[in-house]
Ligand binder design. Sequence first.
Ligand code: IDP
Ligand code: MG
Length: 142
Amino acid sequence: MAIQRTLSIIKPDAVAKNVIGDIIRRFEENGLSVIATRMTHLSAKQAGRFYAVHKERPFYKDLCGFMSSGPILAMTLEGSNAVNLNRQLMGATNPKEAEEGTIRADHANSIDANAVHGSDSEENAGIEISFFFGDLDLNSRL
Ligand code: IDP
Ligand code: MG
């Protein structure tokens, strides 16, 4: 399987619950390496730019409000099949549908406050990584 990079965000609900360590442990135990991190508190406008693909969706305004409600931890993960592996570890968007043992099954309270974001394709991973990180911030672990 090809080595890939993907963007993960620990959302404001999970940061507030103090489960950053538990989430990163799951990535590391499953063969993903953290190659960049950034804790930040987005404005609603910045969250809106990040989630621009969803701007026509009915939940867009709430999503931007939630993502700017507190600090987040953005990180770049690197490893074999990183995009899909991260999505598997996250679980389904709606925690009620998330498989047992996934991050969202264990830490998400609702479809809005669902603990983590993960890129959904290699192309979007590239775009999302550049939203938070420049080349000099990315420290390959290979
Ligand atoms: P994903 O985070 O699993 O990739 P997306 O469909 O890309 O899911 O949606 C982005 C985020 O928007 C979700 O993580 C969730 O926080 C929020 N969201 C998605 N669908 C709904 C919904 O039906 N109601 C409220 N929030 C939603
Ligand atoms: Mg998505």
